[in-house]
Ligand binder design. Structure first.
Ligand code: FE
Length: 260
């Protein structure tokens, strides 16, 4: 499996703090069946600033440590970029990183709202040949209230990544319900762990894929899995699958009729 959003590089943000933390996470990833992770340290979120060169250097050191320890995990560089006014200029200055050298870029919105210039930013990035992926929209309170606003961003050209922990109910009921309803509505393209720590906030990717398969069907799971690979290899993403709503509606009506 491929995980495109992780905080596995040590000492850069609120993810792994030490080399031991990072190696523990790597061992856990491999044990779960993850062979490739994209390391996406926070950048420009007010608390952490991690420019491209620093991430590349840390990733290179990490690859050496993994080789020494005999842990078969491929680590690619990325960045979780907080949406900010300087973002497009920062691209030009070479401070930002796409995911694994692809055209895909991982964007983080503030948790309380969708920034007012979000659609314009997506449009500008598209013009630059970039493919923005919005990280965990299910945890954004404006998306929770107005999911159609995420739909509008996707129409402009964005993609969306849901977090395994939201699907598994570990971030509370609201995030869980939002995560599943966005998946059902075809507004999610990729599933990823956003792993920060082996115990407190691990990967659980396999578990999430299994739940997706049982709740939404194999086609959803396959789509998500293929899309994670497509990010890594810079291919086009699959069209989102929309859950057969009519089946639900007819099922509910049938249930109602049976009771009455
Ligand atoms: Fe993250």
């Amino acid at each position: 499996m491929i995980d495109i959003h992780t905080h596995i590089l040590p000492g850069l943000d609120d993810g792994a703090q030490t080399w031991e933390d990072a190696l523990d996470m790597a061992r856990a990833a491999v044990a779960e069946g993850i062979d490739t992770v994209i390391a996406t340290p926070h950048h420009a979120n007010g608390a952490y600033s991690n420019e491209a060169d620093a991430i590349r250097r840390r990733a290179e050191q990490f690859r050496e440590r993994l080789a020494e320890e005999g842990i078969p995990l491929r680590v690619e560089c990325g960045q979780e970029i907080r949406v900010h006014d300087d973002l497009l200029d920062a691209w030009q200055r070479g401070e930002l990183l796409s995911l694994a050298g692809s055209d895909f870029v991982l964007l983080e919105m503030p948790t309380g709202r969708i920034p007012s210039g979000m659609a314009d930013l997506i449009h500008e990035l598209k013009i630059m040949g970039k493919k923005p992926i919005i990280a965990h929209p299910e945890r954004n309170s404006e998306v929770l209230r107005y999911p159609e606003r995420l739909s509008q961003l996707i129409e402009v050209g964005a993609y969306a990544q849901v977090t395994t922990h939201s699907l598994l109910g570990l971030f509370g009921k609201k995030a869980e319900e939002s995560a599943w309803s966005l998946c059902r509505a075809g507004l999610i393209h990729i599933v990823s762990s956003d792993a920060h720590h082996v115990e407190r906030r691990g990967f659980r990717l396999q578990e999430a894929y299994e739940l997706i398969s049982s709740k939404l069907g194999e086609k959803f799971k396959e789509n998500f899995r293929q899309n994670a690979a497509s990010v890594l290899y810079n291919r086009s993403l699959n069209e989102s699958v929309v859950f057969e709503k009519s089946v639900n509606i007819w099922g509910k009506i049938a249930g109602f009729l049976r009771k009455s």
